[in-house]
Design a binder for this molecule. Sequence first.
Ligand code: HEC
Length: 212
Amino acid sequence: MKNFILIIVIFLIIIGLAITNSSKNLLSNDSKDKITQPQPTTTNNKSINVAKFDNENNLIRPENYREWVFVGSSLGLNYQQNLVDPSQITEQFYHNTYIYPDAYHEFSRTGKFPEGTMLILEILTQEKKKEPSLQGSYEKDVIAIEASVKNSKRFKDGWAYFSFDKEGGGFLTKAKAFESKSCFDCHDKKAETDHVFTQFYPVLRSAKASIK
Ligand code: HEC
């Protein structure tokens, strides 16, 4: 009889252990799922493949850059050798900047712009009050589309600059990199992060600040 009770007790202990173990497994599977879900898909030193060039090293204008990440806009922002008296300024333009999403994700992760990063600067006219009770101004016509691309294999300075503006209006479908250093030099001297004016873009400022 004693033996019988002992066998029953051992049997119950084994069953008890088995149950606790399987519920632990269930729990850990559950928490594993929670951890794995939001993992970013980027890898180290990812290089971005968005800028398309023809055989003559012309950059093809991307059609859908407005679907990229919009990082910020400015009004009348400009570095001037001689400061202009504000009352003399008759026309100011809006600037909108977009970055290719994969480059944005990589920048948010590492604080660095990966090879292949491309940004677009769109310049628009400022439209003022057209109705008696309407205040302020808004963006009207696109008058310039410019691009920057980071590609150290193709361009000796690392970054190259392009304008798709056509003489007499309209936009080119492709453009050559500026040979003169005028674009590069200002970006090199004044831009906060690797030739990009992150100091003026709220979206890139907070991406940079949140890197651990
Ligand atoms: C005197 C300074 C200066 C020069 C020269 C200059 N830029 Fe910029 N650029 C800026 C500033 C400031 C911004 C910040 C965005 C803005 O204008 O709102 C900017 C932003 C840009 C951007 C958006 C990405 C970024 O780097 O922040 C592109 C693309 C760009 N410029 C292209 C050009 C091209 C092409 C040229 C030459 C034709 C040029 N820039 C010359 C000052 C300059």
